[in-house]
Design a binder for this molecule. Structure first.
Ligand code: ATP
Length: 448
């Protein structure tokens, strides 16, 4: 496996320089492994969520959405097994005091100080963040920040099924923040303590479980590729029996080959009737389905595709990143441009509009075109400062698929005949398009 740590450093530095991701609380020295998304990062993440929501909810008839609270009754987490069992094995190095997740260690030398055989026996460390509700800081007031969004879907099973008049197979999707007090966060936004999840619980008749499991594995694997992630960087990994949660009879991860190795993007799990069964038992409310036709009552089984928004956004960044040699200068020195080859649906800015120079009516026409594109729903950017070549490079670096430039020809022609150039980020080709056709030209180029 090729490891390219400095590539990751260059991507992190681009993220900061161009406003994708900043260290949280930076002016106070930062808070470890917490990140803030800047103006471009927030658009990138919104696009990831928008594409997921489209694929999972709005393009289908069988899945609806939900937005449940981060704070839930502590009984939810007692019943789901999180209070007792949502823990990772923690070990300490007796020599340098560094802490690690035992299942992430290879061999018995400490990754921090290099000493062999200095690790303590593993002990279970619960990953849930605890806080207090109301003015009393005692155990009666303890609540947890949710470590996954899924439980809010299970506890609302009847509310959603009855209000939306659904019948299995159907799904409930949710995007929202989750919190885990990870022992070893790291690799930028890959593993953090506060992150956003995109989860969907698909409720099926028990005898259709395997069929839907296979369906969702394929569907989710394809989703990343449809949005331009390179196929050879993706793989499916089936969990071994020793990795499976006690309630699960199967789990397959979608993994991506990051510069630091293969990492999970999403898990597709068979959860059986475990969650609905446990919550029915503990709450006394029967979370089951009554089939009016057969007069039978049964508990649906669940297939869960659970992904991470931050990891997915980072995957798009890493996969799109290229340092490309585009020529040599007179002295033979390579001219390298940094470019993010985002799919246009993922790119934070869809189209940038420039006047070639800041005079002769060009800024006015460029401003008008940009306004028109904005009204048409494109994410636009206007820039009139500096050499045009440098402006193109700046857009390449943040992955803007198209740049529209207003030049002398544009302002000299009769208004109906006026044209602009549109430059393609990947090929760097430019073509002239009538001003009147710019909106339609770009609409035509946008993938569905
Ligand atoms: P891991 O084994 O890496 O700790 P997991 O198998 O516990 O992850 P799940 O509980 O299946 O993860 O969570 C579903 C998804 O949520 C993951 O595939 C990942 O994309 C995302 N996710 C989980 N934990 C984190 C985290 N600490 N930081 C960022 N994203 C996370």
């Amino acid at each position: 496996m090729s490891q390219q740590p400095d590539l990751m450093d260059r991507i992190v530095s681009l993220c900061k320089r161009r406003g994708f991701v900043f260290q949280a609380s930076e002016i106070y020295g930062g808070l470890s492994s917490c990140y803030d998304y800047g103006p471009l990062g927030v658009e990138l993440k919104r696009n990831v969520k928008e594409q997921w929501w489209r694929a999972m909810v709005t393009s289908r008839r069988d899945i609806v959405g939900l937005d449940s609270a981060i704070l839930q009754s502590p009984r939810v987490w007692q019943t789901s097994g999180h209070v007792e069992g949502f823990s990772d094995p923690l070990v300490d190095c007796k020599n340098c005091k560094a802490r690690f997740r035992a299942d992430h260690l290879e061999g018995d030398a400490c990754p921090s100080c290099g000493q062999v055989g200095t690790m303590t026996e593993p002990r279970a460390f619960n990953l849930m963040f605890r806080t207090f509700m109301g003015p009393m800081e005692d155990s009666a007031a303890t609540v947890y920040l949710r470590p996954e969004t899924a439980q809010g879907i299970f506890t609302n099973f009847l509310n959603v099924m009855n209000s939306a008049r659904l019948k299995p197979p159907f799904g409930v999707a949710q995007i929202g923040k989750s919190f885990r007090n990870e022992i070893t966060p790291g690799n930028f936004v890959f593993r953090t303590r506060e992150f956003e999840q995109m989860e969907m619980e698909y409720f099926v008749p028990p005898d259709e479980e395997d069929k839907w499991y296979e369906y969702w594995i394929q569907e989710r694997f394809d989703w990343y590729q449809r949005l331009g992630i390179r196929k050879d960087k993706l793989r499916l990994r089936v969990h071994g029996d020793d990795e499976l949660a006690h309630y699960s009879s199967g789990c397959t991860d979608v993994e991506y080959q990051f510069p630091f190795g293969w990492g999970e993007l999403e898990g597709i799990a068979k959860r059986g009737s475990f969650d609905l069964g446990r919550h029915s038992e503990a709450s006394g409310v029967g979370l089951s389905f009554f089939d009016e036709q057969t007069k039978e009552r049964w508990t649906p089984h669940v297939i869960e595709p659970a992904g991470g928004c931050d990891r997915t956004a980072m995957t798009f960044l890493v996969d799109a990143y290229e340092e490309q040699e585009v020529g040599k200068d007179a002295k033979g020195v390579a001219d390298v441009r940094t470019v993010l080859h985002f799919d246009p649906r993922i790119a934070p800015i869809t189209v940038a509009v420039f006047p070639l120079v800041k005079k002769a009516g060009m800024p006015e026409l460029a401003d008008e075109i940009e306004g028109r594109l904005r009204v048409a729903g494109f994410r636009t950017f206007y820039d009139q400062k500096g050499a045009i070549g440098r402006r193109y490079r700046r857009q390449d670096e943040v992955g803007t698929p198209w740049c529209v430039t207003v030049d002398g020809e544009s302002v000299d022609a009769e208004p109906e005949q006026a044209t602009v150039t549109i430059r393609d980020r990947d090929s760097m080709d430019q073509q002239r398009v009538r001003v009147a056709d710019v909106v339609d030209w770009l609409r035509d180029k946008m993938p569905n």
